[in-house]
Ligand binder design. Structure first.
Ligand SMILES: *[C@@H]1O[C@H](CO)[C@@H](O)[C@H](O)[C@H]1NC(C)=O
Ligand SMILES: *[C@@H]1O[C@H](CO)[C@@H](O)[C@H](O)[C@H]1NC(C)=O
Length: 140
């Protein structure tokens, strides 16, 4: 038990640093997406906070964008979302879940651009990429 606690503590200390090195590698392609493109969409996930909540640093500052990279590496915005726990009282509406909920509404809107059925919308998510931050404002 004690050794597993030590291993966990060691991994907790090393992994963020290792992950930071990987994420900062500007030559690394992830799923065919270049670093500048990923950085662009992460900036938009941060900007979603201000755009949707009205503050760049709201309570639980988790912003998300959902992007279609199928047609081009640059990608196309489908929807965005931010943590809605406080303004809805729904504890499941974290930034990612709020964005997925928003995208579902946009994809299935009978008067919208996509007009998908529920099963078409569910299938469409397989092609989409979700970018989300983690309380970005304490870091800026
Ligand atoms: C994503 O892009 C592909 C290629 O253009 C397109 O066929 C698909 O309908 C798009 N999906 C959404 C949800 O926009
Ligand atoms: C849903 O996504 C759209 C498109 O990105 C955005 O304009 C809108 O503010 C989002 N709505 C909510 C409730 O997050």
């Amino acid at each position: 038990m004690r050794s597993s606690v030590c291993v966990f503590a060691l991994l907790s200390a090393i992994l963020p640093a290792a992950l930071a090195v990987v994420l900062a590698d500007t030559n690394l392609m992830i799923n065919g997406i270049t670093f500048p493109t990923r950085a662009h969409w992460m900036r938009l996930a941060n900007e979603a906070l201000g755009e949707i909540s009205g503050s760049p640093c709201p309570f639980a500052a988790f912003g998300t964008v959902i992007v279609n990279h199928t047609a081009s590496e640059a990608g196309k915005l489908i929807c965005m979302g931010v943590n809605e726990n406080e303004n809805t009282g729904n504890p499941s509406l974290h930034g990612e879940m709020a964005a997925i909920k928003n995208c579902t509404a946009i994809l299935t809107d009978p008067h919208g651009k996509f007009r998908m059925s529920a099963s078409e919308a569910q299938d469409a998510f397989a092609d989409l990429t979700l970018y989300t931050n983690a309380e970005s404002c304490p870091m800026v």
